[in-house]
Ligand binder design. Structure first.
Ligand code: SF4
Length: 234
């Protein structure tokens, strides 16, 4: 890719026409948006504080576990003010389903104390908070404030590489690569769409390329179909 498309606000800033791969990426994003946009979120969150805490709790666990923990936690401690006054012993049983619950309880209580006056709106401030890495910070910007950011979890990292959008080893590298290649208008949606795609069509170790609407735009899907190495027919 020849221009910093995201930073310059999209392909409009480009001097040259898009490459074949860039056209494929845009077409794939349009298909993902058409397919997944408008689905109800798994967890209903009522404030930036709840979004930040839910994202912190979602680390290394399944959505169902986060959903269960958020329901219990926010029923009892719906605001930063309330959670800041809680003790780890009271919080731990509520979030036990998410794993690493002792560390997470300490972190979210400390988080609550730090954001009683409001959740920060910049990635630099967010990553200074306890237990908040770039993934949580980026997701909070998107889902709490609608600020374009690049939230890369395991689904986004894995599927971006399968599609051939990036060739990276870590989610951190993927975040930076996607910031370069994805038009900014897709930043807020791509995490949600690829997570849903990973859950429904492209799970780890068993992508259903034969029934995938991206198979003609995906490096892995094309080679799997060419080799006949697929689940379902192409
Ligand atoms: S074609 Fe296969 S590898 Fe590519 S996104 Fe679809 S299911 Fe995943």
């Amino acid at each position: 890719m020849r221009k910093e498309r995201g930073q310059e606000g999209g392909e409009e800033a480009r001097q040259e026409g898009p490459s074949k791969k860039e056209e494929e990426i845009i077409l794939a994003c349009r298909l993902l948006e058409k397919h997944y946009k408008g689905r109800k979120p798994a967890v209903k969150l009522r404030s930036p504080f709840q979004t930040l805490v839910a994202t912190a709790l979602s680390a290394r666990t399944k959505d169902a576990n986060t959903l269960k923990a958020c329901g219990l936690l926010f029923a009892k401690y719906p605001t930063a003010d309330a959670l800041a006054k809680a003790t780890p012993a009271r919080v731990e049983p509520l979030i036990k389903s998410t794993g690493m619950y002792k560390a997470k309880a300490r972190n979210i209580i400390e988080l609550a104390k730090r954001v009683e006056k409001g959740v920060p709106k910049t990635i630099e401030e967010l990553v200074e908070l306890p237990g908040v890495g770039r993934k949580t910070a980026n997701c909070t910007l998107i889902y709490a404030f609608g600020i374009p950011a690049m939230c890369v979890d395991t689904h986004v990292h894995r599927i971006s590489n399968l599609l051939g959008w990036v060739s990276t080893k870590t989610p951190g590298q993927t975040e930076m690569a996607l910031r370069e290649i994805l038009p900014k208008r897709y930043w807020c949606g791509v995490n949600d769409w690829l997570v849903k795609h990973g859950q429904e069509v492209c799970p780890a170790n068993r992508p259903k390329c034969g029934e995938c609407f991206l198979k003609n735009l995906c490096d892995h899907g094309r080679s799997a179909c060419a080799e006949g190495n697929i689940i379902n027919t192409c």
